[in-house]
Design a protein around this ligand. Structure first.
Ligand code: ZN
Length: 156
């Protein structure tokens, strides 16, 4: 499995029927939001804002995109977000930078042996601006897996 090409949100969301075959799959995987496009795999030049994992990518990314576009809470004292903490942080980042969220890129990847390890290793490698933690520690026997052993297409 490989990375799905990064989607510019402005284009991707403008014609849902045209792009119906570029929707996130319903299976599990890793996803990234970045400020720049990338080729083959996200790297430091992509200026990644968020790395996440999901058992159901389509559902998780639906929640993410809603929050990125501002469908998120501003109620004082309300901790975090409605649906997706990363989307909430990205919305706040865009407000601070006066950057239109539709200018961001979204990509995903399926086929890792272990999502927890992939997420943690990608956060280490890409240093996403809005992830506050380093990902979940993986307690599977013999883990953490390196990216090379987890999903070889994630390393050049
Ligand atoms: Zn693992």
């Amino acid at each position: 499995m490989n990375w799905h090409n990064p989607q510019l949100l402005r284009d991707w969301l403008s014609q849902p029927l045209l792009h119906r075959n570029s929707r996130p799959p319903e299976g599990s995987g890793i996803y990234v939001v970045s400020e720049q496009p990338w080729v083959d795999r996200p790297d430091a030049k992509a200026e990644v804002l968020w790395v996440g994992q999901a058992r159901y990518l389509r559902d998780r990314i639906r929640r993410l995109v809603a929050e990125i576009l501002g469908f998120t809470t501003e109620t004082p004292g309300y901790a975090g977000s409605y649906y997706h903490n990363g989307g909430h942080k990205i919305w706040l980042y865009c407000l601070g930078q006066n950057k239109e969220p539709l200018d961001l890129f979204l990509g995903w990847h399926m086929g890792c042996a272990c999502l927890n390890c992939a997420e943690a290793e990608l956060i280490k490698a890409l240093k996403p601006r809005c992830n506050s933690q380093r990902g979940n520690d993986c307690h599977e026997p013999g883990h953490p897996l390196s990216l090379q052993n987890n999903c070889p297409c994630m390393v050049p």
